[in-house]
Write a protein that binds this ligand. Structure first.
Ligand SMILES: NC(=O)c1ccc[n+]([C@@H]2O[C@H](COP(=O)([O-])OP(=O)(O)OC[C@H]3O[C@@H](n4cnc5c(N)ncnc54)[C@H](OP(=O)(O)O)[C@@H]3O)[C@@H](O)[C@H]2O)c1
Length: 249
């Protein structure tokens, strides 16, 4: 089915991704789960990565046969390599779409951030994206088709007090996206940065509505971020959506 062009045509995105394989990191809850669901509904097979195997198994079962749970700590380069081998075998080829979404957010003043806290944040919010890109890039280039989506944040461009371990990773992820975009320009492999403002997920814990953080009801829904990702990956092949920045209206 192709995208509808006039009123009354079937839903635009149904099965637009049929035959495509996608990898979504941090797919067991929140934004990543919404993205995995939306890509699966559009016809893609979706490999869902997260550390918690039980939650991953449950959520992927809810998505049906299109979903493949792959427990993996994406901050571990060797584990990412093994996961990509499993996925490539299961898909019968390398993935067409990679969504680097896994992230952690522990805001605190600089003086309260330990070196281990900082390293852990950079490992997930930045290094992991590199490991996944590194594994996916060569086969995408060889195929002359593919899409690498990075989930950034409002904090990938704006510095806030308390974001001393988060913003450096997100600024870096945006920079990595920019380099991927430049290196892949003209190759058929596309790259998109999707940068949400506050979104109602578990990442906030008890922080929502405290201090400078908005209450949950004033946040984006995870589905809005998934919509943005689906929009980017379902444009015509000749179009690259470089960047989408989302905030609650
Ligand atoms: N929510 C927001 O307001 C907001 C705004 C802007 C950007 N973002 C970004 O959006 C992304 C998703 O955030 P979210 O709000 O959906 O967070 P979330 O609800 O806390 O979900 C995070 C997901 O990442 C996984 N994860 C965390 N560390 C991992 C690791 N080392 N290896 C593999 N998976 C890991 C988690 O599963 P396990 O714990 O089981 O591994 C979970 O599936 C993040 O990059 C975040 O920075 C969020």
């Amino acid at each position: 089915m192709t995208r509808g062009t006039s009123p009354g045509e079937p839903d635009a995105t149904v099965a637009l991704l049929a035959g495509r394989g996608a990898v979504v990191t941090g797919a067991s809850r929140g934004i990543g789960l919404a993205i995995a669901r939306s890509l699966a509904q559009a016809g893609a097979r979706v490999a869902m990565l997260a550390r918690g195997a039980d939650a991953l198994a449950q959520r992927s079962a809810e998505l049906g046969g299109a979903a493949l749970p792959v427990p993996c700590d994406v901050a571990d380069a060797a584990a990412v390599g093994r996961a990509m081998q499993v996925i490539t075998l299961a898909f019968g080829g390398a993935p067409d779409i990679l969504v680097n979404n896994a992230g952690i957010f522990h805001p605190r003043p600089l003086g309260d951030i330990t070196p281990d806290d900082f390293a852990a944040s950079i490992a997930v919010n930045l290094n992991a994206a590199f490991y996944l890109v590194h594994a996916a890039l060569a086969p995408m280039r060889a195929r002359g088709r593919g899409h690498i989506v990075t989930i950034g944040s409002v904090a990938d461009r704006v510095a806030y007090a308390g974001n001393g371990s988060y913003s450096p990773g997100k600024f870096g992820a945006r920079a990595l996206h920019d380099v991927v975009r430049e290196e892949l320009r003209g190759t058929g492999v596309r790259a998109t940065l999707v940068s949400p403002g506050p979104t109602n997920t578990d990442i906030w814990g008890d922080l929502a509505g405290t201090g400078r953080f908005p209450p949950r009801e004033a946040m984006l829904d995870a589905g809005a971020v998934a919509d943005a990702v689906l929009y980017a990956v379902t444009r015509a092949d000749a179009v690259n959506v470089d960047e989408l920045r989302l905030s609650a209206s």
